[in-house]
Design a binder for this molecule. Structure first.
Ligand SMILES: C[S@@+](CC[C@H](N)C(=O)[O-])C[C@H]1O[C@@H](n2cnc3c(N)ncnc32)[C@H](O)[C@@H]1O
Length: 261
């Protein structure tokens, strides 16, 4: 009888899902605004690397991580020595990401925090301005806030910047996006009246689209954003202006990169 050799049984854990297999359902689009989840996420990660100098072995805190739009493509970049922690006040996004990403990438974790935001968590008791991030001092190398300060009012932004400063290690970077106002932005908004965000209602250092629901879209005078970051020893390394107001640019919101010295 001829003996047919059997191929070796491949043992070990099943292969990890690739980013294409970790796309959240449409019901969670409030967390990321719909659109091309993976394409936008990959562009964001590219900018975190090119503009923010993110390294694969670093410890990343993603504040307002939503449903993991940065986390999913970061699974292709952050090494096993690195850490990714996503934190958000919208529990449904955190539940989805914890269930679909963490089991395959244990150094990617997600944490729900019960902090008030009129849009995403209107029943929470704790104000963002008073919230203490549940992490030790100097425990991260990179803090990301993508489309988060654009939904937060000044007192809350001030509180979060002070927490970011506390949890960042020396040399750490913050990558945060804004709708920044200055004369150039105002000139663009004037001739581009159909842009999605207009920020027509001004309140001194900040502007909103809808005074009845201000956290829908919040913009800041550029000098205000610079001053609060610099007051906390976060040195601004670059401002990349976005195309949200009709300006020509590859990124949508304005991006500030600052470093803790
Ligand atoms: C437009 S989404 C962006 C989500 C994600 N960063 C992304 O780019 O896909 C804004 C996110 O910020 C979160 N958020 C708003 N205020 C927050 C706060 N005070 N603390 C933590 N997360 C907050 C919301 O729950 C929401 O998931």
């Amino acid at each position: 009888m001829q003996i047919v050799e059997q191929p070796d049984q491949v043992s070990g854990p099943p292969p990890r899902p690739c980013p294409e297999d970790m796309i959240p359902p449409k019901e969670l689009a409030i967390c990321f605004g719909g659109g091309d989840f993976l394409g936008i996420g990959r562009n964001l990660v590219r900018r975190m690397i090119d503009w923010g100098g993110l390294l694969p072995s670093e410890r990343v805190l993603d504040v307002g991580c939503g449903v993991g739009r940065a986390a999913v493509p970061l699974t292709e970049y952050i090494s096993e020595r690195g850490v990714y922690l996503g934190m958000d006040t919208y529990p449904f996004g955190i539940d989805w990401a914890s269930e679909h990403i963490t089991p395959h990438y244990p150094n990617f974790r997600f944490q729900s925090v019960d902090v008030f935001n009129n849009l995403y968590n209107p029943n929470a008791a704790v104000r963002a301005s008073e919230f203490v991030f549940p992490y030790p001092d100097a425990s991260f190398d990179f803090v990301l806030l993508n489309s988060v300060f654009t939904h937060m009012l000044p007192e809350d932004v001030l509180g979060y910047v002070s927490q970011i400063d506390r949890v960042l290690d020396r040399g750490g970077r913050v990558y945060c996006t804004w709708f920044l106002m200055d004369d150039d932005t105002r000139a663009h908004l004037k001739v581009n009246e159909s842009t999605q965000v207009q920020l027509k209602h001004g309140f001194g250092s900040f502007y909103v689209d809808n005074p009845k629901d201000p956290e829908e879209a919040v913009g800041y005078e550029e000098h205000f954003a610079r001053t609060i970051l610099e007051k906390h020893g976060l040195v601004i390394e670059a401002v990349h202006r976005g195309n949200w107001c009709g300006r020509k640019a590859s990124n949508y919101q304005d991006v500030i990169i600052a470093r803790k010295t």
